[in-house]
Design a protein around this ligand. Structure first.
Ligand code: RFL
Ligand code: PHB
Length: 393
C-alpha cells in the first residue's frame, strides 16, 4: 500500500489529523493497534477549548457537539468550605469551554472517516516505523498473521504515551522531561444528574475531588487516591462517602448518588519529549507530552498539535513549503510548556502531597489570594479557556 501520510493511532489526535488532511485532498492511512470498540470504551476527557471546538467544526465533525455539548461560562474552586466561581466568560472577553466527552468526539470522527471511505486499519499488531530519516519512510504491521507494508512520505505518531513512534527514535536524538505525582485519580461515571451546573474542583485536607459531567443525566466524579489503590478496594458506597467528605456541606447534601457504570484509576504525570519532529516523523498529542488532568488540557493540547501539523502539511503539499517542517517542534513546544505549567500548577494547589499541615495552609492561602484578586482570577481563566494558537505563516 502507498499513501502520503501514515498515521499511527486512532485516538482523537490521529482521527482529527486524518480527517483534516483528507478534506485537503492529502491521502492518509490510520493504523491502530486496538479495535474501534476498545478505543471508544476509554472514558477520558470532558472539556473542550474553543480552539478544539473550531477544529472539529473545520473537520466537519462538530455537528453533534454543537447540538449536544454544553457551553460552560465558568467553574468553581472550593477550599476551606468556601466555593469561589471563576467567571471564564467575563474574565476572558467572552470565551467559554464546551463539556462534550472524548468518547463522543472519537465516535463523531470515526463516523466521518467511515463515511468518507478513507482507510483505517484496526487491530494491527507489531506496528513498526522505518527509514523516517530518509526520503522513503514506511510503516509495517501484521494482521491475521500476515505482514503488510505502507510506503509513505510522512509519518504522524499519534499513538499515545505508550505508543511505538516515540520509542522508535534513537535515544540520543530525544530529550525527555518528566514528573510523576505520588497519587492517582479514581474516576466514576454514573447515570445521575450532576451535583451542580458547573464543574467544581475541590481542595480538601483529605485530598482533591472533582465534580464533572457528560450531560444533564450523566455525571463524572473523581477523587484523589493512593497509587497503590485498586478499583476493587473502592465500592461505590466508599467512593460516594469519600467524595461527600471532600465537598462543601451544601454541595455534599445536594449530591445524588447511584451505581457506577465505569470506574477506573489513572496515575498523574507531567511529561514532555523534545523535539517532536525527527526527519519525516512527527509526534502528536500524548505521544509527545502528558499533563495531569487537573487543568483539562490533554486532549486540547493534542488538538493544538494537530492544528499546527495540519497547517504545515497543507502548506507543504499546496505550496511546496518545506521550510515549515522544521518549525513544527518549536511552534508546538511554546504552547505545550505553558500548558504544562498551568496543569502542574493546578495540580500543586489542589492535591494533598503530604500530611504536613503547613502545605495545606499554603495551598489555602494561595487559593484565597488567587480567587480574591482580579489578576489572579484572570490568569486562571485565560489558561483554562486555552491559550491562543500560533498562526502558521
Ligand atoms: P490516545 O487517546 O492515547 O490515543 C492513542 C491511540 O494510539 C493507539 N496505539 C497504537 N496504535 C498502533 N500501534 C501502536 N504501537 C500503538 N500504541 C498505541 C492506542 O490504542 C490509541 O487508540 O492519544 P491522543 O490521540 O494523543 O489523545 C490524547 C487524549 O486521549 C488525552 O490527552 C486526554 O484523554 C487527557 N485527558 C483530558 N484531556 C482534556 O483535554 N480534558 C480533560 O478533561 C481530560 N481529562 C484525560 C482526562 C485523561 C485521563 N486519563 C485516563 C489519562 C481525564 C483522565 C482520567
Ligand atoms: C472530566 O469530565 O472527565 C474532566 C473534567 C475536567 C478535568 C478533568 C476531567 O479537569
Amino acid at each position: 500500500m502507498k499513501t502520503q501520510v501514515a498515521i499511527i493511532g486512532a485516538g482523537p489526535s490521529g482521527l482529527l489529523l486524518g480527517r483534516l488532511l483528507a478534506l485537503q485532498g492529502i491521502a492518509n492511512i490510520i493504523i491502530e493497534a486496538k479495535s474501534p470498540d476498545y478505543v471508544l470504551s476509554r472514558i477520558r476527557a470532558g472539556v473542550l477549548e474553543q480552539g478544539t471546538q473550531n477544529l472539529l467544526r473545520e473537520a466537519q465533525a462538530g455537528e453533534r457537539m454543537d447540538r449536544e455539548g454544553q457551553i460552560h461560562e465558568g467553574f468553581a474552586l472550593s477550599f476551606q468550605s468556601r466555593v469561589e466561581r471563576i467567571d471564564l466568560k467575563a474574565l476572558t472577553g467572552g470565551k467559554t469551554v464546551m463539556v462534550y466527552g472524548q468518547t463522543e468526539v472519537t465516535k463523531d470522527l470515526m463516523a466521518a472517516r467511515e463515511a468518507s471511505g478513507d482507510v483505517s486499519i484496526y487491530e494491527a499488531d507489531e506496528v513498526a516505523l522505518h527509514d523516517f530519516y530518509g526520503d522513503k519512510p514506511s510503516v509495517t504491521y501484521t494482521k491475521n498473521g500476515q505482514v503488510h507494508t505502507i510506503e509513505c512520505e510522512y509519518i504522524a505518531g499519534c499513538d499515545g504515551f505508550h505508543g511505538i513512534a516515540r520509542q522508535s527514535v534513537p535515544g540520543d536524538a530525544i530529550r525527555l522531561f518528566e514528573r510523576v505525582y505520588p497519587f492517582g485519580w479514581l474516576g466514576i461515571l454514573s447515570r445521575t444528574p450532576p451535583v451542580a451546573h458547573e464543574l467544581i474542583y475541590a481542595n480538601h485536607e483529605r485530598g482533591f475531588a472533582l465534580c464533572s459531567m457528560r450531560s444533564a443525566s450523566l455525571s463524572r466524579y473523581y477523587v484523589q487516591c493512593d497509587l497503590k489503590d485498586t478499583t476493587e478496594a473502592w465500592s461505590d458506597e466508599r467512593f460516594w462517602d469519600e467524595l461527600r467528605a471532600r465537598l462543601p456541606a451544601k454541595t455534599a447534601s445536594d449530591l445524588i448518588t447511584g451505581p457506577s457504570i465505569e470506574k477506573s484509576i489513572a496515575p498523574l504525570r507531567s511529561f514532555v519529549a523534545e523535539p517532536m519532529q525527527f526527519g519525516r516523523l512527527f509526534l502528536v498529542g500524548d505521544a509527545a507530552h502528558i499533563v495531569p488532568p487537573t487543568g483539562a488540557k490533554g486532549l486540547n493540547l493534542a488538538a493544538s498539535d494537530v492544528y499546527t501539523l495540519y497547517h504545515i502539511l497543507t502548506q507543504r503539499y499546496r505550496q511546496g513549503r518545506l521550510d515549515l517542517i522544521q518549525k513544527y517542534s518549536e511552534i508546538c513546544l511554546r504552547r505545550i510548556w505553558k500548558t504544562e505549567r498551568f496543569s502542574w500548577w493546578m495540580t500543586s494547589i489542589l492535591h494533598k502531597f503530604s500530611d504536613d499541615p503547613f502545605n495545606q495552609r499554603i495551598q489555602e492561602a494561595e487559593l484565597d489570594y488567587y480567587t480574591s484578586s482580579l489578576a489572579g482570577q484572570t490568569t486562571i481563566a485565560e489558561n483554562y479557556v486555552g491559550l491562543p494558537y500560533e498562526p502558521i505563516e
